[in-house]
Design a protein around this ligand. Structure first.
Ligand SMILES: N[C@@H](CCC(=O)N[C@@H](CS)C(=O)NCC(=O)O)C(=O)O
Length: 212
């Protein structure tokens, strides 16, 4: 099977980490969602990443649908989203907070990095960063154990995205429980293998927009 999309996308990364945690081999198609847009639209009509091209030719799109299929494939004992009970409720809450945080930081990043400067909307960036910060504050109150599941994987991919694009959103000491969690997750081989080296982003730090 082929995973389409670069690892600097936290949604691609959570699929890649999940494949690796489950021990499922894959090829990696690193076309860019921006510079290879026309080609990407032939893989996914939405022109977004990730997609997973299965060995039978079926193309799965959207990370949640891909992860759902992976869980079904490996069966209930190995599924990364617990199948039932409080563990499932807890994991779904963490996934909602982490993926919601990714969405809001992504929106702020697109606004400040991609949108032409005269068209930027500062109040929208403030709102998005406040929403992402709210997700981090809620995740900070969770009790994190050592068991890797989709709640931890998606939360780790949120941290990786923050580290790469907006580290000022998680200043040292503000989220101690999350710092401990990230220190453990980022050292796992699945996160090491899917890490994107820091790249230069245009100026426009988000810390002036972080609510106290
Ligand atoms: N709900 C989707 C979100 C995917 C997503 O936002 N992908 C971004 C990269 S992180 C993308 O393709 N952005 C380009 C665009 O939407 O035009 C998923 O979970 O797969």
């Amino acid at each position: 099977m082929i995973l389409v999309g670069q690892y600097d996308s936290p949604y691609v990364r959570r699929v890649a980490v999940s494949l690796r945690v489950l021990g499922i081999a894959y090829e990696h198609d690193t076309r860019s969602v921006f510079s290879d847009f026309d080609s990407m639209r032939r893989t996914n009509p939405l022109g977004r990443i990730p997609s997973l091209v299965r060995d039978d030719g079926e193309v799965l799109i959207d990370s949640a649908a891909i992860l759902d299929w992976l869980d079904e494939t490996v069966g209930p004992q190995r599924a990364l989203l617990p199948r039932s009970g409080q563990a499932r409720v807890q994991a779904l809450k963490r996934i909602a907070l982490a993926s919601g945080g990714i969405d809001k930081l992504g929106a702020a990043n697109y606004e400040r990095l991609l949108r032409p400067e005269p068209l930027r909307w500062p109040d929208w960036i403030v709102r998005c960063v406040a929403q992402a910060t709210g997700a981090l504050e809620a995740l900070e109150t969770e009790v994190w154990d050592d068991r890797i599941d989709q709640g931890q994987i998606t939360t780790g991919c949120l941290f990786g995205y923050i580290e790469l694009t907006a580290p000022e959103v998680m200043p040292a000491g503000r989220f101690p429980a999350l710092e401990r969690l990230w220190a453990r997750l980022r050292g796992r081989p699945e996160f090491v293998a899917t890490r994107t080296e820091a790249y230069a982003l245009p100026a426009g730090r988000l810390d002036r927009q972080i609510p106290e």
